[in-house]
Design a protein around this ligand. Structure first.
Ligand code: ADP
Length: 398
């Protein structure tokens, strides 16, 4: 069984082909600047890497080219595209309709179109990817795996905003949460690593990448998460502000003449680590800046880690305790310094960091001492594997 996983963004297509007997990645790649005459293509087969630029007017051309590469005598891993048993799509927004992955039937697609209003940049791109596969591989089963699905178990008290209720009823304005596939994977994986039934565990999962979110997972279910109606809420991110007083938006508009699109751009593209530091949105630059005494980098790092500490504290309260904290995403997996700063703020929970383990080179590891009341782990996320597994499970269901 071979599953193709597609992650179509507004101007990019990420892909992985997985052999589901071994769960091994056979080939993968990334197309960037879709919509341009000079789009970049990166394709990997084992250790061999191919890079070139080409005219990619739309998602369908990108997907046609990647299918061609997958069957190329030199760069491919398949004799024919007929060997692809299913295509799993990462879909950003499933609204309230999807609490798990589903086959992309005509009804499901209609609902996805309705969800475009919630994710105007992402869902239309996901739909273009789905339509491209319809045309290029008409026989294949397609499955949607939603970023929002895992958080559909959040109780009403966690997902409602305290604005007039009609905005929820009539406009769907509520907290949805994102990164659900990653929070689901790392919470299940840490339960396995701990040798415990996830139903008995209270876990806080910290997905810290360019986008960052944190979730409270009690008994295997997400009961709260930091991203909300959009991925802008919550933690400090690379270029996103995360939480802020909504009256600031009003002030920006009424006092300083910012338009809605200026505000959107400011809070999504110019804030976060970049805005606070005036240096970079990249945590590696922030850490290097701190070492060199860069004041902006230091304040960005402080605000970034302090907000994580506050969220973990609030989720300890929400779950009435924590058994384990998991770090994942580019920063969570790689920055020992971020983990150290965060965990040193949690000694009141009885958490004892093992600094040597925290700095050790292993990728998947426990980083607290044996007697620690709360365990902390690093678990590399693998959203593509979850998408491929869900796709396979739904194909086998028929
Ligand atoms: P995305 O949300 O775009 O998928 P990633 O999960 O790839 O992002 O995370 C990107 C972030 O991870 C960047 O801020 C980058 O600096 C950070 N990162 C990657 N490697 C390291 C490292 N060794 N130390 C600190 N931060 C790192």
């Amino acid at each position: 069984m071979k599953i193709l996983v597609l992650n179509c963004g507004s101007s990019s297509v990420k892909y992985q082909l997985l052999d589901m007997v071994t769960e091994r990645v056979m080939a993968k790649g990334l197309v960037e600047r879709v919509g341009s005459k000079d789009a970049s293509f990166r394709h990997e087969k084992g250790n061999q890497k191919l890079q070139f630029n080409m005219d990619v007017p739309d998602h369908k051309v990108a997907i046609a080219k990647l299918l061609e590469l997958l069957t190329d005598p030199q760069w491919g891993v398949l004799k024919s595209v007929k060997e692809i048993d299913g295509v799993g799509h990462r879909v950003v927004h499933g609204g309230e309709k999807f609490a798990c992955s589903v086959k992309l039937s005509p009804d499901v697609r209609k609902t996805l179109e309705e969800c475009c209003k919630y994710a105007p940049l992402h869902n239309p791109a996901n739909l273009l990817g789905i339509q491209a596969i319809d045309e290029l591989l008409p026989e294949v089963t397609q499955v949607g795996v939603f970023d929002t699905a895992f958080h559909q178990t959040m109780p009403r008290k966690a997902y409602l905003y305290a604005i007039p209720y009609k905005f929820y009823e009539e406009n769907g304005i509520r907290r949805y949460g994102f990164h659900g596939t990653s929070h689901r994977y790392v919470s299940q994986r840490v339960a396995e690593l701990m040798g415990r039934d996830i139903k008995t565990l209270k876990i806080v999962t910290c997905h810290l990448g360019n986008g960052a979110s944190i979730a409270a997972v009690s008994g295997g279910k997400s009961i709260d998460t930091s991203m909300g109606f959009t991925p802008l809420e919550g933690l400090v991110m690379g270029t996103r502000s995360g939480d802020l007083d909504p009256a600031i938006l009003v002030a920006l508009g009424s006092e300083y003449g910012y338009s809605f699109s200026d505000i959107d751009n400011l809070l999504n593209k110019k804030s976060g680590l970049l805005g606070l530091s005036g240096l970079s949105n990249d945590m590696r630059d922030i850490e290097a800046g701190m070492e060199n005494g860069h004041e902006g980098a230091t304040r960005a790092f402080e605000v970034f880690t302090y907000r994580i500490i506050k969220y973990i504290g609030s989720y300890a309260a929400a779950m009435n305790g924590i058994d384990a904290i998991v770090f994942t995403g580019g920063i969570g997996e790689n920055s020992a310094k971020v983990r150290e700063w965060v965990l040193k703020g949690l000694t009141y929970l009885g958490l004892e960091l093992d600094e040597a383990l925290n700095r050790s080179p292993e990728k998947e590891k426990l980083i607290t001492k044996p007697g620690s009341k709360v365990q902390a782990w690093v678990v590399p996320t693998n959203e593509e594997l979850v998408i491929a597994r869900d796709t396979l499970a739904l194909i086998n269901e028929k």
